[in-house]
Design a binder for this molecule. Structure first.
Ligand code: 5GP
Length: 224
């Protein structure tokens, strides 16, 4: 069974990308996390998350039910062993949508997990997207941008970076990374997937990544 970790700063379009991935690539299961945050909008208990209170969350930690957990924006989030075990039994690969702290923990436990960081094209675009979705007050947006900058600084702990500029292109890249990461494919389609995935390797993201990092005031890697 392969494990795929997808992380992104809030507002980077990760939910849409993960939704497309789950629909376009067969044999994948999505790990539904537990969280202490309240449901938003059209979220359904058991679909996006299992919504529980802090006491229940702490009981799950004590019971050893989480393979990783972290606090994000003042709420607790955790991935259970149960989803991993179920995916294993069903012979499916598992997709985890978790933050950078969770990604680090999972990579430590499962070094073969494939980790993918989704980055916004630049700070101004992320700011516009956060403002446009109308979920946050201006000071909360400023806080999200600061957190985004810290998260983006962790990009080099990931195997792949997808810069979500054009949706279709990003979906194609994400699907290719997953299909290639599964291995076992052969022929020209598998070759194309792996060639596309290769362009997203963290250490190959090059000039496009430099634009992202610089816009967030982060040091860009040496080109040589
Ligand atoms: P949101 O509340 O906006 O759905 O998610 C906030 C952040 O928590 C996102 O970065 C999301 O990836 C992350 N997250 C969701 N579930 C988990 C989890 O189980 N573990 C960790 N570490 N982060 C999670």
């Amino acid at each position: 069974m392969a494990l795929f970790i997808v992380s992104a700063p809030s507002g980077s379009g990760k939910s849409t990308l993960v939704y497309e991935l789950m629909h376009q690539v067969s044999g994948l299961s999505f790990s539904v996390s537990y969280t202490t945050r309240a449901p938003r909008g059209s979220e359904v208990n058991g679909r996006e998350y299992f919504f529980i209170d802090r006491r229940q969350f702490e009981a799950m930690i004590a019971g050893g039910e989480f393979l990783e957990h972290a606090e994000v924006f003042g709420n607790c989030y955790g991935t259970t062993w149960a989803f991993l075990e179920q995916a294993g039994r069903e012979g499916r690969d598992l997709v985890l949508d978790i933050d950078v702290q969770g990604a680090r923990q999972v990579k430590q436990r499962f070094p073969d997990a494939v980790s993918i960081f989704i980055a916004p094209p630049d700070r101004a675009t992320l700011s516009r997207r956060l403002t446009g979705r109308g979920l946050d007050a201006p000071d909360a947006i400023e806080q999200r941008l600061q957190v985004a900058s810290r998260e983006i600084a962790a990009y080099n702990g990931y195997d792949y970076v997808v810069i979500n500029d054009r949706l279709e292109e990003s979906v194609a890249q994400l699907c290719a990374i997953v299909r290639c990461g599964r291995g076992g494919g052969s022929g020209s389609a598998a070759g194309r997937d792996c060639a596309l995935a290769e362009t997203c390797r963290q250490n190959r993201a090059g000039e496009r990544l430099r634009v992202v990092l610089t816009s967030f005031g982060l040091p860009a890697p040496d080109p040589h």
